[in-house]
Write a protein that binds this ligand. Structure first.
Ligand code: IMP
Ligand code: MG
Length: 179
């Protein structure tokens, strides 16, 4: 396993190996399944970053469900721009459904707050939020994060769907930028 990687101008060190990721995903799935019994479920996956986590998580959920995608972007390089751009909208009927938003990482929560407002306009029965990683110290919203795999410090991470300027999404492990 590579302990250190270089992506564009950044060096990053191994932070969460694939085996730990796998176990974490299974734990989230087990907890989530207990809450979903008998519900009319739509998973709403936030592209691009959440595609890897969602693929793993949803294959651990052996229940009838729909899966839909929304594409939002708020980041440029290592910084959240604060402005959330919607690139692909919600084209699924969410009325009366249990909507589970699936995010790779929740940082300031800007992306999430924006999305939750939009989901609410479609009159779901309830909304749950799952973020594989959670930078809790910088999160400044009131919305509860229902499920998270790991609370991490405010340092940039790459891999397992998460990118630095478009690169690194295909890495199996998660790396943390050193400099
Ligand atoms: P927020 O709107 O500040 O919560 O940012 C959330 C989005 O920014 C996530 O869905 C990611 O796409 C991206 N993001 C935030 N932190 C990181 C990081 O450390 N690495 C890669 N992407 C990140
Ligand atoms: Mg994202």
């Amino acid at each position: 396993m590579q302990e250190e990687i270089q992506i564009l101008d950044k060096k990053a060190a191994l932070y969460m190996p694939a085996a730990e990721i796998e176990e974490t995903v299974r734990n989230i799935a087990d907890a989530l399944k207990l809450q979903l019994e008998g519900k009319d479920i739509v998973f709403l996956v936030v592209l691009n970053g959440a595609y890897v986590f969602a693929a793993d998580l949803l294959r651990e959920i052996d229940m009838d469900c729909k899966v839909s995608f929304v594409k939002l972007a708020s980041y440029s390089g290592e910084k959240s721009t604060g402005k959330v751009k919607q690139i692909l909208g919600i084209n699924e009927d969410l009325a009366g459904k249990t909507v589970i938003i699936v995010e790779d990482i929740i940082d300031t929560g800007n992306t999430l707050a924006h999305l939750v407002d939009e989901v609410k306009d479609k009159h779901p029965k309830e909304i749950m939020i799952v973020g594989f990683l959670f930078k809790k110290s910088v999160y400044d919203k009131d919305l509860a994060i229902d499920y998270t795999g790991k609370i991490i410090p405010d340092k940039f991470v790459i891999g397992y769907g998460m990118d630095y300027n478009g690169y690194g999404r295909n890495l199996k492990n998660i790396y943390q930028v050193v400099h």
